[in-house]
Design a protein around this ligand. Structure first.
Ligand SMILES: Cc1ncc(COP(=O)(O)O)c(C=O)c1O
Length: 397
């Protein structure tokens, strides 16, 4: 029996393989420290859980419109309009089963075979696979640690061709934690306009910023609103990863196309999650602020300890909950007669020898780097970095 060619384009997730290995070790009784996680280690706020319970009790457990309940779409549109001076209407907003579904639908709605999609690297690992599923071609734009992993107009220009159709910007970024300033986004706009590119702005980490830093959204730039698809969700800000709820805000042309597609695939996210998301968006944010303060405390500690390790350059992240360090100084080291010649091999070594799970940079298009998540208890993050330091010290000998 033959499968569709489409599925052969998609890479299996190496991250999942590594976390599966880490979980198997932990189950077998090994004291593994898992710093691969991409979700807050906090519970969903109580009032949000309560709203879900009430929705169920009221019988709000039936199909909703494909685009989502109007109450939630209105609340999202209002929030965006108040924050960015936009004029989104509820019909511009489409709820998705996580930001991930909204991103995939945005790519499917705008790209097809022959189109090129510009993706600054390091990137979130699902973008290229979404592009390949749409039969389009990912074009990676490398950015460097010494340039703060930021895309400059010069770099963008070098990668533009007549086939360029879409660019995906993710700020704050997974895996680097980098957040763009308004001026840095401004600088990209003339090329986006000139080349009539669609822009997906993945702002899933917009509420997780430190040092009181504000978030800058591409939505604040009126010139490109007709080309902009803004994606955000509840997973990270409200610790709601399992609820599968996100949204896109887009020009009517795109939002109606996505509603059409969605109406024949997933229909809509769970009705209960939508009512819970409404409570999260319109309710108190004390839990969110407390979580951000704790992430900031861990980031400061993790950054201090990590940068004390020799030959492991790392930039202090402004947002999200990851540290992304350049471990290329250790790639090529010898261990038990074997050469550790990739960041994946380095992560396997750390898992085997130190019982520490991290994600290799290769999955984010940045070979030589390693990603550490501080969405784990403060003490475990500290212990993880100690193990990292010992593991790397053993390679230096
Ligand atoms: C950059 C980025 N975008 C989108 C998502 C997807 O989030 P959701 O849980 O809302 O689908 C993630 C999750 O890890 C992410 O890191």
């Amino acid at each position: 029996m033959q499968l569709a060619e489409r599925v052969s384009r998609i890479q299996p997730s190496l991250t999942l393989e590594l976390s599966a290995k880490a979980s198997a070790l932990a189950k077998a009784g090994h004291p593994v420290i898992n710093l691969t996680v991409g979700e807050p280690d906090f519970p969903t706020p109580r009032h949000v859980r309560q709203a879900a319970f009430e929705a169920m009790e009221k019988g709000l457990t039936k199909y909703t419109p494909s685009a989502g309940i109007v109450e939630l779409r209105t609340a999202v549109a209002n929030r965006l309009n108040e924050t960015w001076g936009t004029a989104y209407e509820p019909r511009s907003i489409v709820m998705g089963s996580g930001a991930k579904e909204s991103l995939a639908n945005a790519v499917l709605a705008t790209c097809q075979m022959g189109d090129e999609v510009l993706i600054p690297a390091p990137y979130w690992l699902s973008y290229p696979e979404m592009v390949r599923l749409a039969h389009a071609t990912p074009v990676f734009i490398p950015t460097r640690l010494r340039d703060e992993f930021k895309l400059s107009p010069e770099c963008l220009k070098e990668h533009l061709t007549p086939r360029s159709r879409l660019i995906i910007i993710n700020s704050p970024s997974n895996p680097t934690g980098v957040a763009y300033d308004r001026e840095e986004l401004d600088a990209l706009i003339p090329l986006i306009l000139e080349h009539r590119l669609w822009v997906i702005s993945d702002e899933i980490y917009s509420r997780l910023l430190y040092d009181g830093r504000p978030h800058f959204s591409l939505a604040a730039h009126p010139e490109i609103r007709d080309q902009l698809i803004l994606v955000d969700g509840w997973s990270k800000a409200y610790a709601m990863t399992g609820w599968r709820i996100g949204f896109l805000a887009a020009p009517a042309q795109v939002s109606s196309a996505v509603i059409r597609m969605q109406s024949h695939t997933t229909s809509h996210p769970s009705s209960i999650s939508q009512w819970a998301a409404l409570a999260a968006l319109t309710g108190p944010e004390d839990d969110l602020h407390a979580m951000v303060r704790e992430f900031e405390r861990r980031r400061d500690m993790a950054y201090e300890h990590l940068t004390a390790i020799p030959d492991l350059p790392c930039r202090k992240p402004e947002g999200a909950f990851y540290l992304f360090a350049d471990a290329s100084g250790y790639v090529g080291a010898q261990w038990k007669g074997k050469s550790i010649d990739t960041s994946l091999a380095l992560c396997e070594y750390l898992l085997e020898e130190q019982r520490l799970a991290m994600v290799p940079g290769s999955v984010f298009g940045a070979e030589g780097f390693i990603r550490l998540s501080y969405a784990a208890q403060y003490e475990r993050v500290a212990e993880g970095i100690e193990r990292l330091a010992s593991g790397l010290a053993a390679l230096r000998r």
